[in-house]
Design a protein around this ligand. Structure first.
Ligand SMILES: Nc1nc2c(ncn2[C@@H]2O[C@H](COP(=O)(O)OP(=O)(O)OP(=O)(O)O)[C@@H](O)[C@H]2O)c(=O)[nH]1
Length: 224
């Protein structure tokens, strides 16, 4: 599931331990303007960009994290929400993907109802049910403008076997919550991989589906 990576040994590699870093590819999907770019900036750089432009094709950001002593590179693919900027890239988004983040804007009902379409696209590209998926309602700082009630989002998340995170890329107080989205996925991928190995040892050729734990805000739902 996870691609290998790391630095090839240099001339004096005998002096340094060669550490392999696993790479987890996580794609961020959803309507244009829901805040995909801002969420990835918040996670990878710890900031909220002053100004963003519509993503064309895809932008890559990454962050190396440590989970239970293992260094893991979380490679975030910030995809384009506008059809005209994404159509030539869609195949690449889904190829060898390890996890999917579906984003809607809590102040825009259309971005929530369109989630069905994004999930359908994901299915069309044969993304395995083993690939963890989470739902993110962004722009929660705009409290007076909220159109998508938490209960409705939670029901949808439950029906699609996903955790729900309601957050804001803009509000610095929410940065921990944004971090949790990606860290939770990275933890699950790490755990899933070792479970898969264990299962394969018992029954070669068969994989076991992991059921995610449920939590309205995903805060304590990580397996780590
Ligand atoms: N209030 C508020 N505004 C946000 C938040 N996140 C993003 N925005 C604003 O929403 C607009 C769109 O943000 P982007 O991150 O560029 O949206 P996107 O989903 O990447 O859009 P595409 O690249 O077209 O797919 C920008 O004006 C951001 O400043 C948030 O949490 N709160």
């Amino acid at each position: 599931m996870a691609a290998g990576g790391g630095r090839p040994p240099g001339p004096d590699s005998s002096l340094e331990p060669y550490v392999q870093t696993r790479i987890f590819k996580i794609i961020v999907i959803g309507d244009s303007n829901v805040g995909k770019t801002c969420l990835t900036f918040r996670f990878c750089g710890g900031t909220f960009p002053d100004k963003t432009e519509a993503t064309i094709g895809v932008d890559f950001r990454e962050k190396t994290v440590e989970i239970e002593g293992e260094r893991i590179k979380v490679q975030v693919w910030d995809t384009a929400g506008q059809e005209r900027f994404r159509k030539s890239m869609v195949e690449h988004y889904y190829r060898n993907v390890h996890a999917v983040v579906f984003v809607y804007d809590v102040t825009k009902m259309a971005s929530f109802t369109n989630l069905k379409m994004w999930i359908e696209e994901c299915n069309v590209h044969a993304v395995s049910p083993l690939v963890p998926k989470v739902l993110v309602g962004n722009k929660c700082d705009l409290k007076d403008l909220i159109q998508v009630p938490s209960g409705m989002a939670l029901k949808f998340a439950d029906a699609h076997n996903m955790l729900l995170f309601e957050t804001s890329a803009k509000d610095p107080k929410e940065s921990q919550n944004v971090e949790s989205i990606f860290m939770c996925l990275a933890c699950r991928l790490k755990a899933q991989k070792s479970l898969l190995y264990r299962d394969m040892e018992k029954r070669p050729g068969r994989a076991q589906k992991l059921e995610p734990s449920r939590d309205a805000h995903g805060k304590s739902a990580c397996p780590c």
